[in-house]
Design a protein. Structure first.
Length: 314
């Protein structure tokens, strides 16, 4: 997701809090970035890593939408495969391998690899990690929850989708968090149609979160997407009066709420990527890429059969 605003890094932000009741995720060893064969087309920010300011039109052409269906379907398929690989003892680096190879097999470039220096092909965010976790040597443990965020670049456009998976059996609070985060995402998406106001997405998400006493992370937001990984549209997952863009048929963006069991405040690890909750409690996320239509929306990140990880694992 796009970052809402640059904030000063918090260090030692947990010092005044009671110790979390469960062991916290610790950084593991990050292996080398994986190789991409020369035949696979790179996105424009490779090799430098800097995408530059977002500047593409908010509305996609019919041809771009047709290509986004394919990129989105590929991302949805790869996310389903990644979810099938989730099990106790499997490292997040193994998930990276699965996503990388499945992406290449579909002739796609894994968009995170080299994006602003991100070292791996997918984001894997475990338990209290909100987003942008870097796959590493840590094995998934029974009872963990893990968000896998897949973005693929295919035929000149990106498809971006994520799902939070259970590792074996999880406690009731974690199960409820994941379930309601998925419902919140679909509640936000449900407000989308030609002529609706963008801030109704965040309003619906925030209302659902409030009803279940869950926090809404504010620092990371949904984003325009298409030829650019992160386009100009900004989608807060809370009600923001000023986000009053009137949606038009053909606009494309992501909806990707991050909800928390405790307080939604975050800080970022020294790796400059991994965002975690300050209070160490768990957090979940779901994401789809969609396009605005006359009557509603079309989800780009579903398989040709209309399947997606969020619905299979619901
Ligand atoms: N896929 C994330 C999003 O939803 C962005 C990840 S950027 C990365 O926007 F560099 F961390 F991969
Ligand atoms: Co996104
Ligand atoms: Co994503």
């Amino acid at each position: 997701m796009a970052t809402m605003a640059k904030r000063k890094k918090r260090r030692g932000g947990t010092a005044t809090l009671a110790p979390p009741s469960e062991p916290q995720v610790r950084p593991g060893i990050v292996g080398l970035g994986r190789q991409v064969p020369p035949g696979i087309t790179r996105p424009p920010y490779i090799p430098g890593g800097e995408p530059g300011p977002a500047r593409s039109d908010m509305v996609r052409t019919a041809d771009e939408i047709a290509r986004m269906r394919k990129a989105g379907a590929a991302a949805a398929e790869v996310l389903l495969l990644a979810g099938e690989a989730v099990a106790p003892g499997v490292t997040t680096d193994k998930i990276d391998e699965v996503v990388h190879e499945a992406g290449l097999a579909r002739n796609a470039y894994p968009s995170p690899l080299g994006y602003r220096g991100f070292p791996k092909s997918v984001c894997t965010s475990v338990n209290e990690v909100i987003c942008h976790g870097i796959p590493d040597s840590r094995p998934l443990a029974e009872g963990d929850i893990v968000n896998i965020d897949v973005t693929l670049y295919l035929d000149g456009v990106h498809g971006d989708t994520n799902c939070t998976f259970f590792v074996g059996e999880v406690d009731a609070a974690s199960a409820a968090l994941v379930k309601e985060t998925r419902v919140a995402m679909y509640a936000g998406i449900g407000s989308v149609r030609n002529g609706s106001t963008l801030n109704q997405i965040g309003k619906a998400i925030e209302q659902h979160a409030n009803r279940h006493q869950l926090g809404v992370v504010r620092e990371f937001i949904g984003h325009g997407i298409g030829t650019e990984f992160h386009g100009v549209i900004q989608v807060p997952h809370y009600y923001e009066r000023r986000a009053n863009l009137q949606l038009e048929t053909g606009m494309s963006f992501t909806v990707e709420p991050m909800l928390t069991l405790g307080a939604p405040q975050m800080y970022i690890w020294d790796d400059d990527w991994t965002a975690v909750t300050v209070d160490g409690r768990r957090t979940a996320q779901f994401e789809h890429t969609l396009v605005v239509t006359e009557q509603g929306h079309e989800l780009m990140t579903v398989t040709p059969g209309g399947e997606c990880a969020a619905d299979r694992h619901a």
